[in-house]
Structure formats: structure tokens, C-alpha cells
Design a protein around this ligand. Structure first.
Ligand SMILES: NC(=O)c1ccc[n+]([C@@H]2O[C@H](COP(=O)([O-])OP(=O)(O)OC[C@H]3O[C@@H](n4cnc5c(N)ncnc54)[C@H](OP(=O)(O)O)[C@@H]3O)[C@@H](O)[C@H]2O)c1
Length: 336
């Protein structure tokens, strides 16, 4: 598959990465199978999908262990990315903690679970409003000096936060939601990352599966699947959003691809250093998604996709505590 680098200075990576969250956490426990997930990770590397993304919060902890098992005999073929700073409690509520002393302890846990002597990309899962960013970022920069991590990144950070961090120590990457139905990052963050040579890693690039066209009714989602609580997957919003899929499908038919591949190829086209990390635990989906790394959409298709109407419904709605809470309060569980 086509490659780029992880930002201007980073290692080479395939244009499509792999998000491992769903192998152990969100959205549903249905069909989770560690052995199958390990095969997916192995196949990913064979296909050139080399950026492998996890987080200590996924499971919690079991996703890092799974990724570590998968990479045991092929560590050098992956660009291994994990995250720190979101902690689920027993009730699956997420708490932020980006205190330096917490980060210094958490890295040891991640290295041990992953079974590696260094992490290629260590990302702050969320800025913690209770801790000055300079302190969290300084602690992360210290880990680079110590050789425990090669580079550090941010997730769901604002442009001001990214600039602030960049002034202290190079920001290698920003991981935030970007897809055909969530395009806010294109306004300011993506242009800044492109200008600065920072990698941008879109999460949920398939709209949590919606943009593939595989979810034709909210009833397709198993009981307990957190997407049932998200506004875009509910009632009239769900139906209205099917119009987006219809348009993506029409483009897909014209270019001889699947809707999911078109959704990914559009994301890839947003910048030189944009590397989406679609999540899957299935070989079939992985292979389909990987092939999108070689799909170059013609200008008229890109223009048509750019002109799609916005999605109906918020990203999180009342579920949104997840994205906007401080370490001293709780957020909601789900996919982060
Ligand atoms: N930094 C953050 O706060 C944050 C937040 C969310 C996610 N993430 C990262 O981003 C990654 C991806 O995000 P995501 O999992 O939320 O959303 P996504 O990649 O947009 O969608 C994943 C969903 O789509 C399904 N899917 C994948 N490929 C498909 C295909 N070709 N055809 C049909 N369905 C397909 C998956 O099914 P199966 O699982 O059944 O294969 C899963 O249900 C995560 O794994 C995680 O690493 C980060």
C-alpha cells in the first residue's frame, strides 16, 4: 500500500492504520475473539498497515496485552501507538488523569503489558483540565529523553493546546475524530498539523461503522452497543443520515470500490500526514480497509463528497460527558 511518514520527521507508515479498540472494548462484546484479533493484526502488518493503535484504557489494559501478544515476534514491523490519561473505573466511567506522577507510572504499565522496551508513539488520551498542559507534556517529553517512547502525541486537543505543546516539545501526532460525517477538524487543526509536519490520525474514520452502509437500522446493533445511545444512530437522525450513505455508495459504485473504502480514501485525501486508523476485528474488513490505502479518488468524486450535507445529530449528545470532563469528575464509558 502507499506509505507516508508519521509527520514530517517520523517513521514510514502505511496510509491506513489499524485501531485495535474494538477487539477488547466498545462497541459490543459480540464476536470478540482474541485469537482472531491477533490474526487481524498479523495480516495488517503483511498488508502494510503498520500503524497499530491501542490505549491503556481499552479493556482496560487487556487491549494492550492483546496487541503485545500479537507483536511479540514482529515488534519491528509495527509503529506502535498507545495512549495514557483516561482511566475507566469499575462502573466503566472514564476519569482523566494527566498528572506527571501518574504518567510516569502509567508508562511502565504500558511497556510491561505490550512487552516492549519502547513505544513508538505515546499519546495523551485527553488533556486534563485539572493539570496545566505544560506539566503533562513536560512529563511526556521526559519519557522521550529516557528512551521509553520515541515520540509523543495528543488526542482530541484544541488548536491552542496543540500550539502550546508544540512550543515545549514537538507534537508528533494529533488523534481526533475525522470522517465524512465529522469534519470539524478540517477547519483549523488539520491545516495546522499539515503546516507543522505533524501527523493527523483520524479516529472513527468510518463513522463507527455507519459510513460503510453495513448498519441499515439501529436494530442491527446488538443490545448494549453504546452506539445505540449516540444521537446519530437514533430514530429520525439515523434515517436522515442514511442519505449520506446513499451518496457515498453512489460514488463507490462509480469508482469501483465499497462505501467504506470511499470514506477512508476521502479521509486520506485530506492531507499528506493524515493516517486514519479504522477499527476492526475481522480479516474481511481489514483487507477491505487496507485496499483503500491505494484508492485515489478522482477530483469530481472528492468534490461531491466535500459537498455532502452535515450529519444529523451530535457526535455524543448527552453521552458527551465522555469528551468534556475533567480528572476530578467522571465521563461516560464507551469508545475513546
Ligand atoms: N483517541 C480517541 O479518543 C479515540 C476514540 C475512538 C476511537 N479511537 C481509535 O480509533 C479506532 C477506530 O475508531 P472506531 O472503532 O471508533 O470507529 P471506526 O473505525 O469508524 O468504525 C469501527 C466499526 O466499523 C466496523 N467496520 C470496520 N471496517 C468495516 C468494513 N470494511 N465494513 C463494515 N464495517 C466495518 C467495525 O466492525 P468490527 O469491529 O465488527 O470489525 C466497527 O464496528 C479505534 O480502534 C481506536 O484505536 C480513538
Amino acid at each position: 500500500m502507499r506509505t507516508t511518514t508519521l509527520g514530517a520527521e517520523g517513521p514510514q507508515v502505511g496510509r491506513i492504520g489499524l485501531g485495535c479498540m474494538g477487539m477488547s472494548w466498545a462497541y459490543t462484546e459480540a464476536d470478540r475473539d482474541d485469537a482472531a484479533s491477533i490474526k487481524v493484526i498479523h495480516r495488517a502488518l503483511d498488508l502494510g498497515v503498520t500503524l497499530i493503535d491501542t490505549a491503556d484504557a481499552y479493556g482496560p489494559y487487556s487491549n494492550e496485552q492483546l496487541v503485545g501478544r500479537a507483536l511479540r515476534d514482529r515488534r519491528d514491523r509495527a509503529v506502535l501507538a498507545t495512549k495514557v490519561g483516561l482511566i475507566p473505573d469499575g462502573a466503566r466511567q472514564l476519569h482523566r488523569n494527566a498528572r506527571p506522577e501518574y504518567i510516569r507510572g502509567a508508562i511502565e504499565g504500558s511497556l510491561a503489558r505490550l512487552g516492549v522496551d519502547h513505544i513508538d508513539l505515546y499519546q495523551l488520551h485527553r488533556v486534563d483540565p485539572a493539570v496545566p498542559l505544560a506539566e503533562s507534556w513536560g512529563a511526556l517529553a521526559e519519557l522521550v529523553k529516557q528512551g521509553k517512547v520515541r515520540a509523543i502525541g495528543l488526542s482530541e486537543a484544541t488548536l491552542d493546546e496543540i500550539r502550546e505543546a508544540q512550543a515545549i516539545h514537538p507534537v508528533a501526532s494529533v488523534q481526533s475524530e475525522l470522517s465524512l460525517w465529522t469534519r470539524g477538524q478540517l477547519d483549523d487543526v488539520v491545516p495546522y498539523t499539515e503546516e507543522q509536519g505533524i501527523a493527523f490520525l483520524p479516529f472513527s474514520p468510518l463513522g463507527r461503522g455507519f459510513l460503510t452502509g453495513a448498519i441499515t437500522s439501529a436494530a442491527d446493533l446488538p443490545e448494549g452497543d453504546m452506539r445505540r445511545q449516540l444521537p446519530r444512530f437514533q430514530g429520525e437522525a439515523f434515517d436522515a443520515n442514511q442519505a449520506l450513505v446513499t451518496k457515498v455508495r453512489a460514488v463507490a459504485e462509480r469508482v469501483g470500490a465499497t462505501p467504506g473504502q470511499v470514506a477512508l480514501a476521502w479521509v486520506v485525501a485530506q492531507g499528506r500526514y493524515v493516517v486514519p486508523i479504522p477499527g476492526t476485528k475481522r480479516l474481511r474488513y481489514l483487507e477491505e480497509n487496507a485496499a483503500a490505502g491505494d484508492l485515489e479518488l478522482p477530483a469530481d468524486a472528492l468534490a461531491e463528497l466535500d459537498a455532502l450535507p452535515p450529519a444529523v445529530g451530535d457526535r455524543y449528545g448527552s453521552f458527551a460527558g465522555a469528551s468534556n470532563t475533567s480528572s476530578s469528575s467522571t465521563g461516560s464509558t464507551g469508545s475513546k
